[in-house]
Design a protein around this ligand. Structure first.
Ligand code: 13P
Length: 279
């Protein structure tokens, strides 16, 4: 996955990370990426890993589903917001391609210490790593924070002290729905990109304008994370089907059209990230 992000960084596009919320997400995401001939990252937070069946189950499920769908594009399984060193170890042992250790709520020294443990363990198995500085606002799978803009010094410090492969500097983005206009810190983003020259990761991309996404990619974001946007479209479709057909109870008839909704939403995201035909 490191190679995929490095290529994206050099060629100025981003590989989308789409969060998995169940089996139909896996299908919709993979079909979209295949159709668009785009690399793709399937993310799971550790907050809902039990709901998803556990690290090993979901990792194997993704690979089995990809096999049954004859998927040929490169896809990667990633731990999103690993909240402890142990959960990152578990994801690595289960065969994930990439892990994020999120120590952003800890004092910098402790964040660096723990990130280092994860990076060492991950790199022994050739696994990609992501670290975070600052705080992404909003709420994702029960993780709720106020926005805290990352400082350039802290970003330089964690990169030089840990050898992470990618960095998520929180610069005003929010998980979930934005309240008011998003205010991304583009000046800091630009300076960070000039000084770090490595793949950056943008969390909380649902609700950002196409223009903001373009600027973020221009300033080094080579992995962009989406969850809410897909879930809003999926739940809207499900609500419509149930409201328009109150007698309906056959699960396959209710659920199948929502897979197409997930797929088309992800196809649109792939276009916005510029990763179409980059597989
Ligand atoms: P959104 O839910 O706001 O799209 O954020 C997704 C994300 O950042 C996953 O880590």
């Amino acid at each position: 996955m490191k190679e995929a992000l490095t290529k994206a960084y050099k060629e100025h596009y981003a590989v989308p990370q789409i969060n998995v919320n169940g089996l139909i997400w896996i299908e919709g995401i993979l079909l979209a990426a295949e159709k668009k001939n785009s690399p793709i990252i399937l993310g799971t937070t550790d907050k809902i890993i039990d709901f998803l069946g556990g690290y090993e189950f979901i990792n194997q499920l993704i690979h089995l589903k990809a096999k049954s769908l004859n998927i040929t594009i490169p896809y990667y399984v990633h731990l999103d917001h690993g909240s402890s060193v142990e959960s990152c170890y578990k994801a690595i042992d289960a065969g994930y391609d990439s892990v994020m250790y999120d120590g952003s709520q800890l004092p910098l020294a402790e964040n660096i210490l723990n990130t280092n443990k994860v990076v060492k363990y991950a790199h022994e198995s050739g696994i990609n790593t992501e670290g975070e500085i600052g705080a992404i606002g909003g709420n994702e799978d029960g993780m709720e924070h106020q926005i805290a803009y990352a400082s350039i010094d802290d970003c330089l410090e964690i990169v030089s002290q840990t050898h992470i492969d990618s960095l998520a500097p929180a610069l005003g983005s929010v998980h979930g729905k934005y309240k008011g206009e998003p205010q991304l810190g583009f000046e800091v983003m630009q300076e960070l990109n000039e000084r770090l020259q490595m793949p950056l990761v943008l969390h909380g991309a649902s609700g950002l304008s196409d223009n903001d996404l373009k600027r973020a990619i221009q300033y080094g974001h080579s992995k962009i994370n989406f969850n809410t946007e897909i879930n809003i479209e999926w739940s809207g479709k499900m609500r419509t089907i149930l409201n328009e057909n109150p007698e309906l109870f056959n699960p396959k008839t209710i659920i199948s059209p929502t897979i197409t909704t997930i797929q088309s939403t992800v196809e649109n995201i792939i276009d916005k990230c510029g990763s179409t035909n980059k597989a």
